[in-house]
Design a binder for this molecule. Structure first.
Ligand SMILES: [Zn+2]
Length: 128
């Protein structure tokens, strides 16, 4: 028989090739056998549930300075997601945060405008 590695003729009874030392009957390729890489599962959640419109509206509205509207819509959206298993819960939560920030900004803005309207000089009444 012949060595599967180097092709040298070797004794039928020998377990290793006299020339290259490769185990008889075992292909040299097996030494470099490609390690079968585990398939990277790119399983994306295929569930295509509709986005909650509340979440989208609640997420966008704060950017349009409608935080007061966006907040309840975002809350509705999160509830909608929880109840009906819709997507967009993250958007809803973000919408709540942005809405609250927007409302705070609005309040600060209103207070600032109020102070501006009253005149930047502190009122003497405040100091008794
Ligand atoms: Zn050999």
């Amino acid at each position: 028989m012949y060595c599967s590695n180097c092709g040298a003729q070797i004794d039928d009874h020998s377990k290793f090739c006299d020339l290259c030392g490769a185990p008889v009957g075992v292909k040299a390729d097996s030494q470099i056998s490609s390690v079968t890489q585990p398939e990277i599962s790119n399983k994306v959640d295929q569930e295509k549930k509709p986005f909650s419109g509340f979440c989208i509206a609640g997420f966008i509205l704060p950017f349009l300075f409608f935080g007061a509207i966006g907040l309840p819509l975002s809350i509705l959206g999160v509830v909608d997601c929880n109840k009906n298993g819709k997507r967009g819960k993250g958007l809803g939560i973000a919408g709540i945060i942005f809405s609250i920030l927007n409302i705070l900004e609005t309040i600060i803005g209103v207070v600032f405008l109020y102070l501006l309207a009253m005149g930047m000089n502190p009122s003497p009444a405040l100091y008794g």
